[in-house]
Design a protein. Structure first.
Length: 450
């Protein structure tokens, strides 16, 4: 049941809509361009063609700093939200929270982004989670060198990126680090299955890659990642005994091709990673072997006040869980899991954004990995989940016409997630009487960046 605070938030959202990545204000101050020049819906993280080139060229463009160079790179962000699930979570949606209808300070962030020196740029994001995780951690880091030359009578961009996770270096929204939707409720139940690369989105790995873009058409990237030492993870605020420990290095690859015809841009790509890992830092039983490969595609149309984006991604993970089976973490050695995501987005006047997505998660039944437990578990040991998401965003600033530009940006978001199946079933999926639809989630969020 929706309580009075929810009606208040909806009323506030609607009233504001009648008034006249992340896309950090530091980038806008550096380039002299509004957030809308590089981001769909003027906020991010969804990149326009200009935004993709800005990142691949090492965050270098522009000399319009409105603050001293050292200070110009700093930005901040605060995110607050309200979450309602169709049925409350017994015992509380998270530690210190009510079973339902929770107001949350999702996380706050301090950024330093932009040009460091000629041909070298950086993106750093330090997150503060005062309520849910109760920690401070380095969420994203990307330091890159980039340059360009001429090859076969076409522009050839080349660079090196040192970053804190696979796909951090990417420019498309079909990869784990930048995947739609960029944020979801931190206190709502979520499917248990995780692909290989999503396990390293918390900043526990580090690596380096080299990349090239020829003729703004063919992109290649090769790199490798390894787990950070436990002491370093502790220092960065991301250590957990549940983390996976990469044995040596894990190769990563990325390839995509794009073609532009007038206002239309088409992209087709693939990326993947192979890793041998010690499960939960247990080195006594050997390693598990994971291979994660992905196919992704994107279509974008931009003309006048209208933007349309269509995207899709298919992920397949093949897992040989020798060590996990010996340690009792897995019921079988050979396992697989898959994930299909399809999304359509329409943006009007870089201000109003409407999106719809479909997600299907499948995989081998594994009762040891997906065991019965209230809310988060699986009665039949299956990771299968299927759900739809609807989202509306309103971004009043970021077009270069408001007094707040380029020093502040704001986004209001309304998101609804509807589950058909959850962790293996539609009815009584957890063995405790909870149904998939009980996790249907209404999520209202406000993002403030300065």
């Amino acid at each position: 049941m929706l309580h009075k605070p929810l009606f208040f938030l909806i009323g506030l959202l609607l009233s504001l809509s009648n008034q006249t990545a992340q896309a950090t204000p530091a980038f806008a101050r550096q380039t002299g361009e509004p957030c809308s020049a590089c981001h769909m819906e003027s906020y991010g993280p969804y990149l326009t063609p200009n935004g993709r080139l800005f990142k691949l060229k090492g965050y270098q463009a522009g000399h319009a700093n409105e603050l001293p160079d050292l200070l110009n790179g700093f930005s901040g962000q605060a995110i607050g939200s309200f979450t309602n699930t169709q049925k409350g979570v017994p015992g509380g949606a998270a530690t210190g929270f009510s079973p339902n209808n929770n107001f949350v300070n999702d996380w706050d962030a301090l950024y330093w982004t932009g040009r460091v020196i000629d041909k070298v740029g950086a993106y750093f994001q330090l997150n503060f989670s005062p309520q849910v995780d109760n920690n401070i951690h380095l969420a994203m880091a990307d330091v890159r060198y980039a340059d360009n030359t001429n090859l076969f009578d076409a522009d050839f961009i080349y660079g090196v990126s040192a970053n804190d996770g696979p796909t951090m270096s990417d420019v498309w929204m079909t990869v784990p680090q930048w995947m739609y939707p960029y944020t979801t409720s931190p206190v709502a139940p979520a499917p248990a299955s995780q692909t290989l690369m999503t396990q390293f989105m918390n900043g526990t790995a580090g690596g380096m890659s080299v990349y090239t873009l020829w003729n703004n058409m063919i992109y290649t990237e090769l790199g490798a990642y390894t787990s950070m030492a436990s002491n370093m993870q502790n220092g960065l605020g991301v250590y957990s005994r549940n983390n996976q420990l990469i044995d040596g290095g894990a190769p990563y690859w990325r390839l995509w091709m794009q073609h532009a015809v007038g206002p239309h841009v088409f992209m087709l790509g693939t990326y993947g990673m192979q890793a041998n890992m010690y499960p939960q830092y247990q080195t006594s039983a050997g390693t598990d072997s994971w291979v994660d490969w992905n196919l992704d595609t994107n279509y974008m149309w931009m003309e006048g006040d209208h933007m349309v984006m269509l995207m899709g991604r298919y992920t397949q993970d093949q897992m040989n869980l020798y060590a996990s089976q010996k340690l009792g973490y897995s019921s079988s050695v050979y396992n697989n899991q898959s994930n299909l995501m399809l999304m359509a987005m329409y943006t009007l006047e870089q201000t109003y954004n409407f999106a719809f997505s479909f997600n299907n998660i499948g995989g081998s039944a594994n009762p040891a990995m997906y065991s019965p437990a209230a809310v988060t578990g699986s009665r039949n040991g299956s990771p299968d989940s299927q759900y739809f998401q609807l989202q509306f965003d309103y971004v009043p600033f970021g077009k270069g016409t408001a007094m707040t530009d380029p020093f502040m940006n704001l986004r209001f978001s309304l998101q609804y997630t509807a589950y058909e199946t959850f962790n293996g079933a539609s009815q009584n999926y957890d063995g405790k009487g909870r149904n998939a639809a009980d996790n249907n989630t209404l999520y209202l969020a406000t993002y403030l960046m300065w």
